[in-house]
Design a protein around this ligand. Structure first.
Ligand code: HH2
Length: 289
């Protein structure tokens, strides 16, 4: 079954069409959100994109490969990562956002800070990806005022400590309830559109991650588009013994193809071009005449 997805914005967005009350970006089948981390310490691509030229080259290659959007991050959320001051995070991401926005790329910004989100949206970003589920009420206001969609992700704890002792009664039920309730609150506060994300690897053991991935059809059966981000994550090492994060793309693809078959709207990936290719092949197989 081919699925159709859409996000609503209250400002023009590359590729979006004018509809009553705003602009709508729509797509068919699972799309790719390419990751460009402009950080020294991200767990798999840390340090690769510190110069603007390197970051731009990666982002342009992803755009040319056919990603729906680029997710720009200026602060690592890996387990144990330290917090980056607002000014430093902005110094890292704003130059890239300005150039990509001038080149008509749809830009998501991976940040937990409302001040960073507000500046990024002013500089031309289109969507806020907040791994805390917009925990700070100011983040909700920033997105609502700008008319920008948000990705609401589930995380147990906070990045510094989240992998120490994750615990759930029923991980699928708890994550599903959190995402449903939080998304409803965020939408009620005036954010035009919301993606939901079970937060693979964020305060979860291998057993929790696998349970959530197997239960994806429950999440995608609802009205909200689902984003899955398993790219190069530690669970692939636990399953297939791949200690080096940059070598986990084959395992990532296996997980993301499963997410696509389960109805995910977007997969967040470092190896973006490989994902676009694999998803097109899978979509052709699934396309019943
Ligand atoms: N994972 C990471 C960062 N942001 N956002 C969403 N919505 N979903 C995710 O699963 C997700 C995310 C962690 O990956 P990465 O960006 O590669 O590393 P780091 O946080 O170390 O920069």
């Amino acid at each position: 079954m081919t699925r159709h997805f859409r996000l609503e914005f209250q400002f023009p967005v590359p590729g979006a069409v004018r509809v009553a009350g705003g602009w709508q970006l729509s797509w068919t089948g699972t799309a790719v959100m390419g990751i460009v981390n402009v950080t020294p310490d991200s767990f798999s691509d840390g340090g690769r994109h510190l110069g603007l030229d390197a970051a731009l080259a990666s982002a342009r290659a992803m755009r040319d490969a056919g990603v729906l959007m680029i997710d720009v991050g200026g602060e690592s959320t890996r387990p144990g990562a330290e917090v980056v001051p607002v000014a430093q995070e902005l110094d890292r991401i704003l130059p890239l956002i300005r150039v990509l926005s001038a080149e008509s790329v749809v830009i998501s910004v991976d940040t937990m800070k409302p001040e960073v989100a507000a500046e990024a949206l002013r500089a031309g970003a289109h969507l806020i990806n907040d791994v805390t589920g917009l925990h700070d009420p100011e983040m909700v206001l920033v997105c609502a005022r700008a008319g920008a969609p948000a990705c609401v992700m589930h995380m147990q704890g906070e990045p510094r400590t989240m992998q120490l002792r994750p615990q759930y009664g029923d991980v699928v039920a708890e994550v599903h309830a959190f995402l449903t309730e939080r998304a409803a609150e965020v939408l009620a506060a005036g954010v035009p559109s919301v993606l939901i994300d079970p937060g693979i690897g964020f305060g979860k053991t291998l057993t929790h991650n696998l349970a959530l991935l197997r239960a994806l059809p429950q999440f995608t059966a609802g009205p909200l588009p689902v984003l899955v981000g398993a790219s190069r994550k530690r669970l692939i090492d636990f399953i297939a013994e791949v200690p080096t994060a940059a070598e986990r793309d084959p395992g990532t693809l296996a997980l993301h193809l499963h997410a696509a078959r389960s109805g995910a709207a977007l997969v967040r990936a470092h190896a973006a071009a490989a994902h676009v290719q694999a998803l097109r092949v899978q979509a052709a197989l699934d396309d019943q005449p």
